[in-house]
Design a protein around this ligand. Structure first.
Ligand SMILES: Cc1cc2nc3c(=O)[nH]c(=O)nc-3n(C[C@H](O)[C@H](O)[C@H](O)COP(=O)(O)OP(=O)(O)OC[C@H]3O[C@@H](n4cnc5c(N)ncnc54)[C@H](O)[C@@H]3O)c2cc1C
Ligand SMILES: Cc1ncc(C[n+]2csc(CCOP(=O)(O)OP(=O)(O)O)c2C)c(N)n1
Ligand SMILES: [Mg+2]
Length: 571
């Protein structure tokens, strides 16, 4: 059948299984918006195109499906760049569609013309400039395949206005991708599998490093089988949290800059690291020269370019984590590593407070308490926490204990403030039955709080916990440690968030004392619509432990003072 390029776009999206898109219209994308009305796709009107990309990203991370964002040319497209980069750095599959000026106007500095394929080249897995209706279907089909295959990531399709308006014969089958998109992962050599097996079976002090790839591969079950059979403790990266249950006896917790002290010490003492779908980010390793000096390293990773990029490894198994573990598991011997686990437990006992909730209430409200209380109130396999970036993000990683995969969504690689509220909206769209909480700093909240209007207009019942410390807290912490407490540009005022929420028509309240935390959370959960809670917490609180950037992983700054154990919650 002959259709316009605009209709072909929606025909393809429907066939790709898309049910939701997040976007904002404008002149160059208007033909597509007009055609959209005839298709069974729900459009969420955002307030800023950055929000659309984070919503698509949150949707993708919550569901494992591809998220879709749509915007007009020029400023609509450039507003998407931060969200595209966020998805790129965290390997999140999104497809962004932008309108472009008519193909004959390209290069004339036409109204709202911008070279968005040029701008996004470094932050997309791939991008397209489509200037003819006949090219729409092949581009869309290939874009979805690229976004979700291998190492996932963002793809952008820029479609000129005349390509949307022009007509073409639509043939879905003929538009199937012809290029070999899936990277031909080198077949796993028997020799490499045998070397890995020998290292694992022979190790006395092994640690599994579980990354984001565990969830991308859907390898949670087989990873657990491996850990239990070989009796190997599991540490998580920030993005790996949830890939292995926090309540499992072999779970250690988060590694890295703000990881648990005993986890970093275990890594430094280990004789074998088994890296599973993680990329040895600098927040994870600290000083590379002194990183895990006594450990052999096995790296299981789908992207060959990650092998030996930061950390040289002894055995590389390139491929999908679930498939590699399937191949490896039959030769893994049952293990008993109680001695090694006892050593780690000793370090844990040194630094962990048994129950942070039982510390006496000194009248101050601490972010750690709020987050731990939130965990107690909302823990279930169907709660999703979406965090913003800063101190609250690290406290969340330490004090909220995730048992379920895809239950923590956070911007790790780019560290994008403003991510939480829109990504939470996207997550709620993907999993409407789940309780979705955004935990957000007072700084990051002010970057994308306009999206509260999106939640209201479309009845998207996210719950927002603002950890309001009156500071750009994480930067203030760096100033405290490394710039002699010279607080340049980090004290931060904000509007009265309760009144602000009220103006949006959102139920809200402020909490200043610990006894009020639980009731506020319960009230929010009982309310059917969106809720904002302004938790006015201690202003100059600090995330411990901290490995200063580039320092040795074991050289952590620990909580000083008479009570050095108040670092984290062990329960
Ligand atoms: C303020 C702040 C502080 C931070 N502090 C810490 C910290 O203390 N500790 C910490 O861990 N992080 C921290 N981070 C996050 C950090 O910057 C990185 O984002 C994070 O460590 C990356 O985790 P990852 O390697 O597991 O995930 P990603 O960066 O998403 O990498 C996933 C890897 O898995 C691979 N992969 C994907 N699919 C598959 C598959 N199917 N099979 C096999 N492999 C696959 C990918 O190719 C990629 O190499 C912090 C971030 C911020 C903003
Ligand atoms: C868009 C963006 N700008 C700047 C930064 C640098 N930065 C990292 S954390 C942080 C402070 C965050 O403050 P807030 O949102 O209040 O959270 P808090 O650390 O106080 O919990 C800043 C400015 C960033 N990560 N992202
Ligand atoms: Mg703050």
């Amino acid at each position: 059948m002959t259709l316009t390029g605009a209709r072909i776009l929606w025909e393809c999206l429907v066939r790709e299984g898309v049910t939701d898109v997040f976007g904002y219209p404008g002149g160059a994308i208007l033909p597509a918006y007009d055609a959209m009305l005839d298709y069974p796709i729900r459009h969420t009107l955002v307030r800023h195109e950055q929000g659309a990309t984070h919503m698509a990203d949150g949707y993708a991370r919550a569901s494992g499906r591809v998220g879709v964002a749509i915007a007009t040319s020029g400023p609509g497209a450039t507003n998407m760049v931060t969200g595209i980069a966020t998805a790129m750095l965290d390997s999140s599959p999104i497809v962004c569609i932008t309108g472009q000026v008519g193909s004959r106007l390209i290069g004339t500095d036409a109204f709202q013309e911008i070279d968005i394929t040029g701008i996004t080249l470094p932050v997309t897995k791939h991008n397209y400039l489509v200037s003819a209706a006949c090219d729409v279907a092949p581009a869309v089909r290939e874009a979805f395949l690229i976004a979700k295959s291998g190492r996932p990531g963002p793809v952008l399709i820029d479609i000129t206005k005349d390509a949307q308006q022009g007509s073409c014969e639509f043939d879905w089958d003929a538009a199937a991708p012809t290029r070999a998109i899936k990277p031909a992962a080198p077949a796993l050599s028997k020799a490499d599998l045998a070397s890995a097996t020998t290292l694992i079976n022979g190790a006395e002090r092994p640690v599994i490093l579980a990354g984001h790839g565990v969830m991308i591969a859907g390898a949670e079950g087989i990873l657990r089988t491996l850990a239990e059979r070989a009796h190997i403790p599991v540490a998580a990266t920030l993005l790996g949290i949830g890939g292995f249950p926090a309540s499992h006896p072999l779970n250690l917790g988060m590694m890295g800059m703000h990881g648990e002290a005993w986890v970093n010490l275990a890594i430094q003492q280990a004789d074998l690291l088994i890296a599973c779908g993680m990329r040895f980010d600098d927040r994870v390793t600290g000083n590379l020269r002194t990183y895990a000096p006594g450990a052999k390293k096995i790296h299981i990773e789908i992207d060959p370019s990650e092998i030996n990029k930061n950390v040289p490894v002894d055995v590389a198994l390139v491929g999908d984590l679930a498939e590699v573990l399937e191949r490896l598991l039959p030769s893994i011997a049952a293990g008993d590593r109680r001695g090694w686990l006892a050593t780690i437990d000793q370090a844990r006992g040194d630094s962990a407070v048994r129950d942070i909730q039982s510390l006496p209430d000194d009248g101050h409200l601490y972010a750690a308490h709020v987050i731990n209380d939130l965990w107690r109130a909302t823990r279930s396999d169907d709660t999703i926490i979406v965090t913003d970036v800063g101190q609250h993000q690290m406290w969340e990683a330490q004090y909220y204990h995730h048992d379920a995969p895809r239950s923590l969504i956070t911007s790790g690689g780019l560290g994008t403030m403003g991510f939480a509220v829109p990504a939470a909206i996207g997550a709620k769209r993907a999993r409407p039955e789940a309780d979705v909480w955004a935990i957000v700093g007072d700084g990051g909240f002010q970057m994308t709080m306009c999206e509260l209007a999106t939640a209201v207009q479309d009845g998207i019942a996210i719950k927002v916990a603002i950890i309001n410390n009156g500071f750009l807290g994480m930067v203030r912490q760096w100033q405290e440690f490394f710039y002699e407490r010279r607080y340049a540009a980090t004290p931060l005022s904000g509007p009265d968030f309760v009144k602000l929420a009220d103006a949006f028509g959102i139920r809200s309240r402020a909490v200043t004392a610990r006894p009020d935390v639980g009731p506020a959370i319960e009230d929010a959960r009982a309310h059917a619509g969106p809720v904002v809670i302004d938790f006015r917490v201690e202003q100059e609180d600090t995330v411990y432990p901290m490995v200063p950037a580039g320092a040795d992983l074991h050289a952590m700054i620990r909580r000083p003072g008479p009570n050095p154990i108040v670092e984290t919650a062990a329960d």
